[in-house]
Design a protein around this ligand. Structure first.
Ligand code: HEC
Ligand code: HEC
Length: 384
């Protein structure tokens, strides 16, 4: 599989694991945080891992990889637009400078940096998407109606919050109550879900998701001729299929921990450094409270709670890269009660390029799951 395709796939699969509950923030006080695990290769400086970095300096490997995804999304291209393909191989020679587009991209990054420090004068105000809008060649002539570049969605009307009527604490408490209460939530220490997963409305695949305290998660997706695993054991993010050795995920560790935290609904206040009620927004015929949630890591979120039911129905996240944010939206619907707690049976993850829909058919709490299951794919038995 091409590396870029894999990265996209992984980003969308991460969406499928550890998020059924409600994927959000890092738990700074998790006991797992204090345990010593193997060092995470994703956090190593990109310059140590890669061979030919001249412009994007000072990033971790995970940040560097995210920035490559951001450039690809901004131009609407795949990795091989700038990176040469190795002849007769699905692989790319990522360090090679043989493709002129790569050199142009370097110049563009330098241009963005000089705009930020010069004419525009604000960091983050301009990036590849500002001009490219999902195309390799930006338009220089305004279009006439059809074929116009997609405009950003008009901002939904946000009615400013009246702090005298409701507070962030009340909304979060009510959410816990709506789910079944603290005691009921704490009774569960593991979860298992059977689900169907579709990508852009096609290719229904069977998926089983396992989650366990404090922050372990694993999804097992079966296709016609392969089984795909995506797991997190609290330290290492990995993915694998039954045909090859496991691979590491390209995400920031803080984010992986946030998404895998088992008791998210109870720990929101610890996970986010700052939570602010922005106001109420109307989505369809529902009224939602919008809370801005700023974590310690650089990926801010907005959490949307149904004014009527108190449940979390939507989460918006910006995954920060060195050049700009990659936005994603997760919707939670069809909450049903399982052993006294409410679980969303429909989860929709929308990103710039795909919509992943998870439809849960079965949810079980407190089933026995061995810790080793989250460490890697089941190992083949040694030859007899
Ligand atoms: C728009 C052009 C462009 C696209 C698209 C792009 N890259 Fe890059 N890539 C670059 C440039 C430019 C560099 C060198 C950056 C520097 O010198 O700081 C680079 C460097 C890299 C490196 C470091 C290789 C080494 O050993 O030096 C990796 C790894 C990489 N890219 C992966 C990817 C992946 C994976 C994708 C697809 C998700 C991708 N790139 C898409 C332009 C691009
Ligand atoms: C200020 C606007 C602007 C920004 C910001 C910008 N670009 Fe461009 N880019 C252009 C224009 C205009 C062209 C086309 C030049 C031409 O027509 O020859 C272009 C061309 C390119 C090309 C060559 C496309 C081809 O013809 O093969 C690449 C690659 C590219 N940009 C990458 C990037 C990347 C990566 C970023 C972010 C780091 C970026 N650009 C940011 C305006 C911009």
């Amino acid at each position: 599989m091409k590396k870029c395709v894999k990265l996209m796939l992984i980003l969308s699969l991460i969406a499928g694991s550890g998020m059924v509950w409600m994927a959000t923030g890092v738990n700074a006080e998790s006991p797992a945080e204090n345990r010593t695990g193997p060092p995470d290769p994703e956090e190593r400086p990109a310059q140590e891992v890669y061979k030919n970095i001249q412009v994007l300096k000072g990033l971790s490997k995970a940040e560097f990889d995210g920035t490559m995804t951001f450039m690809s999304l901004s131009l609407g291209v795949r990795c091989n637009y700038c990176h040469v393909q190795i002849p007769n191989s699905p692989k790319l020679n990522l360090e090679s400078d043989d493709k002129p587009q790569k050199e142009i991209a370097r110049d563009m990054i330098k241009m963005v940096h000089s705009l930020e420090s010069g004419a525009i004068g604000r960091k983050g105000a301009v990036n590849c998407y500002t001009c490219h809008r999902g195309q390799s060649t930006p338009l220089s002539v305004p279009t006439i109606a059809k074929g116009a570049p997609a405009k950003p969605e008009p901002a939904a009307t946000l009615v400013k919050a009246d702090a005298s009527t409701v507070t962030v604490d009340q909304i979060l408490d009510r959410y816990v109550e709506a789910l079944g209460g603290k005691a009921a939530l704490e009774r569960a220490t593991s979860r298992m879900f059977k689900a169907t997963r579709t990508l852009n409305g096609t290719g229904a695949l069977a998926m089983t998701i396992y989650e366990k305290i404090p922050n372990k998660s694993l999804s097992v997706t079966t296709t016609k001729d392969n089984t795909f695993y995506a797991g997190f054991n609290g330290f290492i993010n990995w993915s694998a299929n039954d045909k090859g050795p496991p691979d590491k995920h390209h995400v920031q560790m803080a984010l992986a921990k946030r998404d895998a935290e088992f008791y998210k609904p109870l720990k929101l206040k610890q996970m986010f450094e700052k939570m602010t009620l922005l106001g109420k927004e109307k989505v369809g015929d529902r009224e939602l409270y919008v809370i801005q949630a700023i974590p310690l890591d650089p990926n801010p979120e907005k959490l949307y709670f149904d004014v009527q039911t108190g449940l979390l129905v939507r989460r918006y996240r910006e995954y920060r890269t060195a050049l700009g944010p990659i936005p994603s939206l997760t919707d939670y619907e069809d909450y049903r009660e399982v052993d006294g707690i409410k679980i969303p049976f429909l989860v929709r993850y929308s990103s710039n390029s795909s919509i992943v829909l998870l439809t849960i058919s079965e949810a079980k709490l407190n089933i026995a799951i061995e810790d080793e299951k989250f460490d890697g794919p089941p190992r083949p038995l040694p030859p007899q």
